[in-house]
Design a protein around this ligand. Structure first.
Ligand code: ZN
Length: 213
């Protein structure tokens, strides 16, 4: 009797072993976005891709509506928007966070960069997504991932803080395509945490610092 129970118990395991599930992570890593201009040492990876070479409109699938593959990095008050700001234009969106608050990956992707940056970002994590977009998470008090880690939307990639050039705790969040920044509020409502577009036409003129949502 005990023998029979063991057989019944192990049967599903044997079946599973005979038919291995496709390695999603491995398939994901083969996406073109992860196999060109991949640099885990330089903060900007597309130095040899000038803005002039980019098409006027880049069509991006942001989210597969069948899967829950978006998560706001944080929700909260926007303290400072994308736009011109004195000598140093503000190329991201600042969102209020508490010290140590978990910061989430916005979409599935692979961590391209996770380091300390002397240029003002402090502790920063950069995730590249399969559509080629990169998301930047800066001023973190701590980083929870390392370069080449596979992350899923919603995974904690770091913790809120004020490292680098920051006067108070906030998340400096950027979206870039081929190193070119655009206003992330075009895609994310940081107050409600909603994704505004599932399919996005990224126009070249959005890369202007004066082009705001
Ligand atoms: Zn900022």
């Amino acid at each position: 009797m005990r023998g029979l129970l063991l057989i019944v118990f192990f049967l599903p395991l044997v079946t599973a072993a005979q038919k291995p599930a496709p390695d999603f992570e491995e398939l994901f890593r083969r996406a073109p976005a992860f196999n060109a201009q991949w640099d885990t040492l330089e903060i900007f990876a597309y130095r040899n891709v000038p803005l002039e070479d980019l098409p006027d409109v880049i069509e991006l699938q942001i989210c597969d509506s069948l899967r829950r593959d978006f998560c706001p990095p944080v929700t909260g008050r926007v303290l400072s928007k994308y736009g011109p700001r004195g000598r140093r234009p503000h190329q991201g969106t600042d969102i209020q966070v508490a010290y140590g608050q978990p910061i989430h990956a916005a979409f599935d992707g692979i961590v391209r960069w996770s380091r300390w940056n002397r240029g003002g970002f402090g502790n920063v994590v950069i995730v590249r997504h399969p559509n080629g977009l990169e998301t930047y998470y800066a001023h973190l008090s701590g980083r929870a991932v390392k370069a080449n880690d596979y992350v899923t939307a919603g995974q904690v990639i770091g913790y809120g803080g004020r490292t680098g050039r920051a006067f108070g705790n906030h998340l400096h969040f950027e979206m870039r395509y081929c190193d070119q920044s655009f206003d992330s509020e075009r895609l994310i409502d940081f107050v409600t945490g909603e994704l505004r577009e599932h399919f996005f036409e990224l126009h070249k003129d959005y890369f202007s610092i004066r082009s705001r949502f």
